[in-house]
Ligand binder design. Sequence first.
Ligand SMILES: C[S@@+](CC[C@H](N)C(=O)[O-])C[C@H]1O[C@@H](n2cnc3c(N)ncnc32)[C@H](O)[C@@H]1O
Length: 312
Amino acid sequence: MHASPLFARAVARLLCRVDAALGRPPVLDFVDMAAGRGELAGGVLAALPDDVAARTRVYAVEVDGRPEGLDPRVRWLAEPPGGLTGLLFANEWLDNVPVDVAEVDAAGVARRVLVRGDGAQRLGEPVTGAAAAWLERWWPLPGEEGLRAEIGLPRDEAWTSAVGALDAGLAVAADYAHTAAARPPFGTLTGFRAGRETPPVPDGSCDITAHVALDACAAAHATRCAPECAPPDALMRPQREALHALGVTGVRPPLALARTDPAAYVRALASASQAAELTAPGGLGDFLWLLQPVGAVDAAALLVDVADDEEQ
Ligand SMILES: C[S@@+](CC[C@H](N)C(=O)[O-])C[C@H]1O[C@@H](n2cnc3c(N)ncnc32)[C@H](O)[C@@H]1O
């Protein structure tokens, strides 16, 4: 979870670019999908220029309750409303959508992994039907005993449904992810408790996550649209590149500033260290962003270098 002010400012900048690409509609929508405590929704509102904020409807979509103190302009919903024009941003949502795990048995057959409340695992029935077709297409398992895959079908469906809330604009999923070129051979099922990795025991004591097969999500939306609407091209970028294009650089302020304006120097230094964390190789910088445009929006043009951006 990293809805820091710097991150929110970058997403606000992306929203402004989407706004411009849509011809500055009278009502612009921003959805913080799987909003957690709504930090991103609040942060984006705070970072928008006044004229854009005045015509922006901000939604936080979250199954959990509304936190106290959130900006009252943020509308708190359990599901995205339909007919949106603008930006839907899902930060660390899809890795939370539950998936089944498949493992290859001694005979080379992929079977569902069953788990008890204490975390003990055993192999169940062979994977068949739509789940087997998904594995075959997105995460083929050679017949070597012990290899694992996470069956991403429910994430494809969740993503397709969320993108479907947009009439026009851009949907972004930012997550721990992989693509067909580099699937992890034993999967990535992990538990987290109080920010630390822990065995994935399904007893309510920890969050259970698995990295997202994001290329499959992108293709699922395209398949849903084709052939009538010929969806525009989706784009996938490491978070590091996406944030750089949105003005998050991590460059340290010049030392001279410490002499002339110490307070500004400290602020700039804090911002640079936040940026470094968000873009760190081997860390959050390796997150993948899927940019899925809807309607006449060119995703690549939205990630022009910040120097060329005249919006803000
Ligand atoms: C890892 S947290 C991410 C929170 C926030 N986006 C952030 O980056 O800080 C995942 C959130 O997704 C929410 N969530 C999971 N499935 C959801 C769904 N179908 N609709 C809305 N929220 C959902 C969970 O309640 C949780 O708050």
